[in-house]
Design a protein around this ligand. Structure first.
Ligand SMILES: O=C(O)CCC(=O)C(=O)O
Ligand SMILES: [Fe+2]
Length: 455
């Protein structure tokens, strides 16, 4: 079947292999599904029953494992309770440590988010996907150049890649002013934004409590992770994933294998409760996820902060023949300008080679390259510590270019190097945030000299 005959397309932008910004059109899956197709359009074939699965290159085993992995829900109320008889908390922390180390994700109950808040979210999401295509498009404005946002498709990186069987709607929900002046929130249903923002604020509280509990579960200082977050500047992106019924679940994926770039991903689902799978022992394992339970997953940024003690799980979503499924992923990140690095626990434990990264830089790289067929994105934090590398480059250059004669005296030389290092750090960060052209770094401007205090 020629999918071009179907008139409904999402327009999506991507950076091609040569670094050029390209725009392409991809079919609207919800509209394809409404046609009641018997066959799958070729562009959606990503699973070949006779060929290798889309799994990391190191994974040679084939197929899914039908045995479901036990994922005992974590009781958030017990994690929060510090009062008398809080030995229940110690046990819950131990359970949390066990499941998160093993799976990279865990179910939560007793989180304190009221049912009506969750029901309202389901209603507005159903309301949005119940609109006609034209109404959906009109209801959501444009994000202009902001990548991977709005009503459309995930992870489109080329004209010829297999496409996922999904439509999605992504919004920046925090910081509050992240999308001021842009028409990015659906106008229909009219209470969409209000409902989603209420949910986001409730979820933020739970995430903050979980970040404290996760640090304690790993025997780290309780603010080891939370200290990287800031109520006014931390980023929360919301993605609604809509997986319509699919004519060939054996050939198409709902969501390609990936890790999340976030620190924590906070998920709810409705419609079908199955579809999510996680890679364990080189096999795809269905995640048993009952209705009305929430799921939390470790993202790459938390893997970095934890120095690899926690691992962001490689996961995917499979399609289903007769049922639709919706999930709402909330990605919780430190501020874009924040620098994160593996926590030091005082016992000199290894951090698996993770270095300091600027959150915004990590995310930029993630969206540029990911998902590939391996945990490539996180290598960025091991191999290319951008700030660190640039800082030492600039600092060395400063010291060579302006060695003050008087600085030959040792204490002065130390002072000079210290200041040069601070300036270099500032230059490297400004460069990474696109505020300085490249030649500023490779050949520092003389104005830099005036910033250096050698007196
Ligand atoms: O739909 C799901 O259960 C998972 C969604 C997901 O992995 C994502 O949004 O990153
Ligand atoms: Fe994900």
């Amino acid at each position: 079947m020629d999918i071009k005959q179907n008139g409904y397309f999402h327009e999506t932008k991507f950076i091609d292999r040569n670094g050029h910004l390209r725009t392409t059109r991809v079919p609207v899956v919800q509209e394809l599904a409404l046609k009641g197709l018997k066959d799958l359009p070729k562009r959606f074939i990503s699973l070949n029953p006779d060929g290798p699965l889309l799994v990391p290159t190191s994974c040679v085993q084939d197929g899914s494992d039908s045995s479901e992995t036990l994922l005992p829900p974590i009781d958030v109320a017990k994690l929060r309770y510090h009062g008398l008889g809080s030995e229940g908390r110690t046990q819950e922390l131990a359970r949390l440590a066990g499941v998160v180390k093993e799976m990279g994700m865990f179910l939560i109950v007793n989180h304190g988010i009221e049912c009506c808040v969750l029901e309202d979210v389901k209603d507005v999401v159903k309301g949005f996907f119940g609109l006609s295509f034209e109404e959906k498009r009109e209801s959501v404005g444009t994000y202009m150049d902001v990548d991977n946002m709005g009503y459309g498709r995930n992870f489109v990186k080329s004209e010829d890649q297999p496409l996922d069987w999904i439509d999605r709607l992504t919004m920046k929900a925090a910081p509050k002013d992240a999308t001021d002046g842009l028409l990015v929130w659906p106008q229909k249903p009219p209470n969409f934004r209000q409902v989603m923002e209420k949910y986001v604020e409730e979820a933020r509280k739970v995430c903050n409590d979980l970040l404290v509990a996760l640090a304690e579960a790993l025997s780290l200082k309780n603010h080891a992770f939370l200290q990287n977050f800031d109520h006014k500047k931390s980023e929360i992106n919301v993605r609604v994933n809509y997986y319509p019924p699919c004519p060939r679940p054996d050939l198409a994926l709902g969501l390609t294998p990936h890790t999340d770039a976030s620190a924590l991903t906070f998920l709810m689902q409705f419609g079908s409760t199955s579809g999510l799978q996680v890679l364990r022992d080189l096999k795809w394992v269905p995640v048993p996820w009952p209705a009305d339970v929430l799921l939390v997953s470790v993202g790459d940024l938390l893997e970095i902060m934890s120095g690899g003690r926690l691992k962001s799980p490689w996961h995917r979503v499979v399609t289903q023949m007769d049922v639709e499924r919706l999930s709402i992923s909330l990605f919780y990140n430190p501020p874009a300008q924040a620098e994160i690095e593996p926590v030091v626990d005082g016992y000199g434990s290894s951090n698996e080679g993770y270095k300091k990264v600027v959150v915004g830089e990590y995310l930029k790289n993630y969206y540029k390259i990911s998902p590939t067929i391996d945990k490539q994105a996180i290598k960025f934090a091991k191999e290319v510590s951008m700030v660190g590398n640039l800082q030492s480059m600039v600092s060395a250059r400063l010291i060579v270019m302006w060695p003050p004669r008087r600085a030959l005296i040792r204490p002065r030389l130390q002072l000079f190097c210290g200041t040069a290092n601070k300036v270099a750090h500032w230059v490297a960060k400004a460069f990474l945030q696109d505020q300085l052209p490249l030649d500023w770094v490779s050949c520092p401007h003389p104005a830099l000299a005036s910033l250096i205090d050698t007196s």
